[in-house]
Write a protein that binds this ligand. Structure first.
Ligand SMILES: Cc1ncc(COP(=O)(O)O)c(C=O)c1O
Length: 355
């Protein structure tokens, strides 16, 4: 947790205690827009384009609810290696006649963007593209799929969860229609702060079915009946903002922006390369692309009994995680040191050696 987070959370508690309900009109109601604007430069988004939600899945549901799937354009294209939430959610839309097209990979490491491009056609409504795959940290070249989607009139949502704050992202340059993610990973923002970027020119025409009173042009008129959408990002806002989570997210966004993604990426490539070299020297299999152009910021090491090795590492304060079918995910960030990498390798060598 960033040290500053405690300050921001104390501020929230103080405002609640001293201002009570008045705090809504002294900053709380607008906190989604304000927080989104702090995050925006990190993903190349202009101000006023990011709304904040409970998590990435909710943000993705709002995206899917912008489409109707009962005409000839009813397909949603996903990859088998996308995060399962994407699969579960889009299959849920089959009840509204959506058709989910799942593009297969050849292994658990690399997405096949060429096959994604081939799967997109005039029947496609929406394409989900994970910039970095959660299982293997494969950094995918999504540009050809975005180009194809736009050529045939489909929309694209980028899942930036594993990328934002660790690898350079520019949603504007990519021309993405939507982007979603959350703050538990490289953004150091903690839980409860999912984000949704919508391309500015689409913002005033899209009509999310998943809408609530905060999405109304005049929410405090409490008008019954169908919504009159707000002009800007608020139309995607649904209901009351998750104020404490957004106070908690702010520090991470600020720090990532202050350090800057280029510097974070440079250090990340250095620390992870050190880790990968050490793994290869010890004969541990890397379950990830090894070329810098094709990898995100995690190192995935596949050794026998990976789940047990992970528990043993955590017991010795080397904090990593394990993904079935992939391996041990090690994720150094800008605050880690080369000495910590070497220490993690030594501890793992000790554990695996005993295995
Ligand atoms: C790539 C990716 N997409 C989506 C999600 C789901 O995020 P949330 O729990 O915020 O819905 C995750 C969570 O780890 C993820 O890694």
């Amino acid at each position: 947790m960033p040290r500053r987070t405690e300050t921001h959370l104390s501020q929230f508690a103080r405002e609640w205690a001293t201002r009570g309900v008045r705090a809504w009109h002294e900053g709380w109601w607008e906190i989604g827009r304000v927080t989104g604007d702090i995050l925006a430069p990190t993903i190349g988004a202009p101000p006023g384009t990011i709304s904040m939600h409970q998590n990435a899945t909710v943000a993705q549901a709002i995206v899917a609810s912008c489409f109707s799937f009962d005409g000839p354009r009813r397909r949603i294209v996903v990859q088998d290696l996308d995060f399962p939430s994407n699969h579960y959610l889009f299959h849920g839309f089959e009840r509204y006649d959506a058709e989910v097209v799942t593009v297969p990979s050849d292994d658990a490491v690399r997405g096949r963007m060429d096959r994604v491009v081939d799967a997109i056609d005039e029947r496609t409504a929406l394409v989900n593209l994970s910039l970095v795959l959660f299982r293997s940290a494969h950094l995918q070249d999504v540009a050809p799929a975005i180009e194809k989607a736009h050529r045939v009139g489909a929309r694209v949502v980028l899942d930036l969860y594993q990328a934002a704050g660790a690898v350079p992202v520019d949603v504007t340059a990519l021309g993405a229609d939507f982007a979603v993610g959350g703050s538990v990973k490289w953004l150091c923002g903690g839980p409860g702060a999912g984000y949704l970027y919508v391309r500015p020119d689409l913002m005033t025409t899209l009509q999310p079915a998943a809408v609530g009173w905060a999405g109304h042009a005049e929410p405090f008129q409490f008008t019954p009946g169908p919504v009159t959408y707000a002009e800007g990002l608020e139309r995607f806002q649904s209901g009351t903002p998750n104020v404490p989570a957004l106070y908690s997210a702010r520090a991470g966004y600020e720090i990532v922006a202050e350090v800057g993604v280029p510097a974070i990426r440079e250090k990340s490539l250095r620390l992870t390369r050190r880790l990968m070299d050490a793994a290869e020297q010890r004969g541990w299999r890397l379950a990830m692309p090894t070329d810098d152009q094709e990898r995100g910021a995690s190192v995935i090491i596949d050794v026998p009994d990976g789940a047990a090795v992970t528990q043993a590492l955590i017991a010795r304060e080397v904090i990593v995680d394990y993904r079935p079918g992939a391996g041990i995910r090690i994720a150094p960030h800008f605050y880690n040191t080369e000495a910590e990498i070497d220490h993690a390798v030594d501890v793992m060598h000790d554990i695996v050696g005993k295995g």
